[in-house]
Write a protein that binds this ligand. Structure first.
Ligand code: GAR
Length: 224
């Protein structure tokens, strides 16, 4: 992994804190993830993660949607910006804008997202609140390939966490986020080493079609 040429170039898209970005950068720094973070791109110029990246010598670009006449123009500018860094994989890490079909098609098969729920449950926003309202005893996070269907692409890897009676939205969010920091770098590593790909709308790991995602129980408990 010391050979920079063997590292997969990635671009990370964020809108906020960027803790997933940091967890990826940490795995790169400790030598366990063979990627090169070429750039961090955000729709929010004041995203904390953008300042963090800049402070760590990573190229950053802010593209506020208000600078573009419409969604299509923003999407095209975003796609051109990302493509300018020639990524082998585009990583959505808390990027809170819905990407248009053109963007998704342009990076098809090399576009992944992490979502704070056990997909296909709870696509969209406010997942922790909805889990609590439904009285679910289990929650988690999913890494999936991005397709035109919102939060609907093939799921590769999930982490589960138990929901306790004492949990509220913020404790649940923190537990899920801690698991995200484990499974996202792991999944990106699979892609970077050629183990993971998407074909004909399905995910393949080590040549086997994943009809159901790989599942990790919360750390410290048995895997199932
Ligand atoms: C994460 O929980 C991620 O799963 C979620 O936003 C958070 C970003 O945190 N993403 C979505 O909800 C996408 N629909 P971070 O900025 O600290 O990585």
């Amino acid at each position: 992994m010391s050979d920079a040429a063997a590292r997969l170039p990635i671009v990370v898209l964020i809108s906020g804190t960027g803790s997933n970005l940091r967890s990826i950068a940490e795995r790169v720094a400790d030598g366990t993830l063979a990627v090169e973070i070429r750039a961090v791109v955000s729709d929010k110029p004041d995203a904390k993660g953008l300042a963090w990246a800049a402070g760590h010598g990573i190229a950053t670009v802010a593209l506020p949607p208000r600078d573009y006449p419409d969604r299509a123009a923003f999407d095209r500018a975003l796609a051109d910006t990302v493509a300018g860094f020639a990524p082998g994989l585009v990583v959505l890490a808390g990027f809170m804008r819905i990407l248009g079909d053109e963007f998704v098609d342009r990076f098809a098969g090399r576009l992944v997202n992490i979502h704070p729920s056990l997909l296909p449950k709870y696509r969209g926003l406010h997942t922790h609140r909805r889990v609590l309202e439904a009285g679910d005893r289990e929650h988690g996070a999913s890494v999936h390939f991005v397709t035109r269907e919102l939060d609907g692409g093939p799921v590769v890897l999930q982490a589960r966490v138990p929901v306790r009676d004492s949990d509220d939205e913020s404790t649940l969010a923190a537990k899920v986020l801690a698991e995200e920091h484990v499974i996202y770098p792991e999944c990106i590593g699979w892609f970077a080493t050629g183990r993971l790909r998407m074909q004909d709308g399905a995910a393949y790991l080590d040549g086997r079609r994943l009809d159901t995602p790989v599942v990790r129980a919360a750390r410290g408990t048995a895997h199932d």
